[in-house]
Structure formats: C-alpha cells, structure tokens
Write a protein that binds this ligand. Structure first.
Ligand SMILES: Cc1cc2nc3c(=O)[nH]c(=O)nc-3n(C[C@H](O)[C@H](O)[C@H](O)COP(=O)(O)OP(=O)(O)OC[C@H]3O[C@@H](n4cnc5c(N)ncnc54)[C@H](O)[C@@H]3O)c2cc1C
Length: 282
C-alpha cells in the first residue's frame, strides 16, 4: 500500500510514483481543489504525490520571446511576476483576482488547469486568449500541446502524466480580463470575458482573440465575435452590439449561483467593459 502523501525528490521520481500508483494516485499541488473533493462527491482516498517541493515547477522564465510558467507557480507569484506587461494584462488580472488572497497564495496554475470539471476558472480563458501551450512530463517523455487541445484530454490523461510548464508567446499588443462575481456565488465568477488584440497602423483591429469562461462547462474562444471585430476600429459600443448579435453562440449552464440565461445575457456588457479597458491601455 502506497503512502497517502509522497514527496518525490525529482520530476522523474514524481512521474514514476504516479505511474506506479495508477488510478489510485494523483498529483497534489496547492490542494485547494482536492480539499473540496468530498463536497463534489469525488474520491478523497487517493495516494497523493506532492509537487510543491519540486523547484523546477516553481520557476517563471521570461525572455524576449516567451514566458514559461512552472506548474507549481501560485496565482500570487504569477500576478507579481508579470504585472506591468500590457500584452499579459489579462493573465495578470486573472491571477490577481481569482478566489481570495489566502487561496491565491497556495493555488497553482497547474492545479487550476488540471481541475477538470471546474467551469469558473479565471486562468483558463485568460490563457486561451493568449494562445498558451501546455508542456507535459509523461512516462514516454515530454510533450507539448495547445491549451485548447489539453482541455479536451485533461480528464483522460494516463497515470504519470504531469503538467510541467505553461508557455505564452510574448506578442506585442494588449489584453484584458473581465469577470462578473456575484455575492451569492461566493468567490466564483458567473461569467468571464478575456480578450487579447493587436491594432494595425490605422487603428483597426488586426488580430483578436476573445475567450469566454464560466458560461458553459468548458471555457472556449468566441470565434464569430472575433471575426466581427477584425478590420474594425476599436469601439466598445460596436463590440457590445456584435456580442449581443452572437450571444446565441453560447448555451449558459444552470447552477445554484446563476441560471444559464443570465450568464449569456451579461456577456455583451462584459465585452463592452473589456474593449473599454483595451482602449484605455493605448
Ligand atoms: C474558496 C475558493 C474560491 C475560489 N475561487 C476561484 C476563482 O474565483 N477563480 C478561479 O479560477 N479559481 C477559484 N478557485 C479554484 C482554485 O483556483 C483552484 O482550486 C486551484 O487553482 C487549484 O490549484 P491547486 O494548486 O490547489 O490544485 P490541487 O487542488 O492541488 O489540484 C487540482 C487538480 O489538479 C491535479 N494537479 C495539480 N497539479 C497538477 C500538475 N502539475 N499536473 C497534473 N495534475 C495536477 C490534481 O491531481 C487535482 O486533480 C477557488 C478555490 C477556493 C477554495
């Protein structure tokens, strides 16, 4: 029988320990999602492999080309490391405003992306709009995939697969992250819009990514809205009208904190706020 909590000495050791434990084991990072497993009626009797002492997973490497964030970097550490970088503002805001200060001190980026079934993640839409990639450590060696792809396979990762780093290219431009928390929803936002864009010399939108979180079970890009904004001047009221026109692209999930129709209804105003903020970043 394996220890209920094992502290591996290296990443290779962690992968081997997880492979050995199979379906009865799981990685543990900040444990803020794991600790609530009984509330979600999920297994809580797993043999956990703790990642928090693996220094390689705690590093943030920033160069001119990209930013590579170790899976065990906490929300608070991430927000502090990238504050003041306009292209990464969406990510900095997501990391700085998710949950509450105590949770942000321990909850990690890797744990957030691997909490499958968690629809209200702030980091996921922020990273989707920044076209992030996920680096995995697996028993067969390292693997790298786009975040969109990772979200579709994260539930079915083989035992022994770990998120190692999240990589974001440092393209020029600006970004924003707007969330709507409701008092009765506690610390979870009921809808999120993250957007990243670049403007052409004439002030029109030359590249834009918009991602929506917490509205449906999985966060995803809003492609019809992106198409409507390309080639247009950056205008909050125009963006609002286009968002209203395409709001039917989403089918809001009903939850105790908000009904599905409400989550889609608020999207256009979140888009207007996002564009207003993007204009202000000029
Ligand atoms: C009160 C409260 C309020 C919250 N509010 C928000 C909010 O507003 N916005 C928001 O985004 N989040 C919110 N959260 C969720 C929080 O962000 C997540 O619980 C947290 O990000 C998970 O990270 P963790 O390090 O604690 O993961 P853990 O709980 O340790 O793990 C989560 C899952 O990921 C797996 N895992 C962990 N690390 C890895 C890895 N490197 N590779 C593979 N699998 C891994 C674990 O096995 C587990 O299945 C809130 C949480 C709480 C408790």
């Amino acid at each position: 029988m394996s220890d209920p909590l094992y502290f591996p000495s290296s990443l290779t050791d962690a992968v081997a320990a997880l492979k050995e434990r199979g379906a009865d084991g799981a990685p543990m990072a900040g444990a803020t999602w794991i600790m609530r497993a009984p509330l979600r009626h999920e297994r809580f009797d797993l043999a956990y492999v703790a990642l928090s002492r693996l220094n390689r997973l705690r590093q943030i490497d920033i160069d001119d080309r990209e930013i590579a964030i170790g899976a065990c970097v906490t929300h608070a550490e991430l927000a502090a490391a990238i504050v003041g970088m306009p292209a990464l503002k969406a990510l900095a805001t997501a990391a700085a405003s998710a949950a509450n200060p105590a949770v942000r001190e321990v909850a990690t980026i890797g744990g957030n992306l691997c909490a499958s079934g968690f629809a209200a993640s702030d980091l996921v839409p922020a990273l989707l709009c920044l076209d992030a990639e996920v680096e995995l450590e697996t028993p067969a060696g390292p693997e790298r995939m786009r975040l969109e792809g990772f979200l579709t396979v994260r539930r079915t990762l083989e035992p022994g697969c770990l998120v190692r780093r999240i990589v974001v290219q440092r393209t020029p431009g600006r970004s924003a992250h707007i969330r709507l928390p409701l008092r009765k929803a506690g610390d979870y936002p009921v809808a999120i819009v993250s957007a990243a864009l670049q403007l052409a010399m004439d002030g029109t939108v030359s590249r834009v990514h918009v991602a929506v979180g917490s509205v449906e079970a999985e966060a995803r890009r809003w492609e019809h809205l992106e198409k409507a904004l390309i080639g247009q001047p950056l205008n909050a009221n125009f963006a609002f009208r286009m968002a209203e026109e395409h709001a039917g692209d989403f089918k809001g999930r009903d939850g105790v904190e908000a009904p599905g129709w409400y989550r889609t209804k608020v999207l256009a105003s979140l888009v207007r706020r996002a564009v207003t903020e993007l204009q202000a970043q000029a």
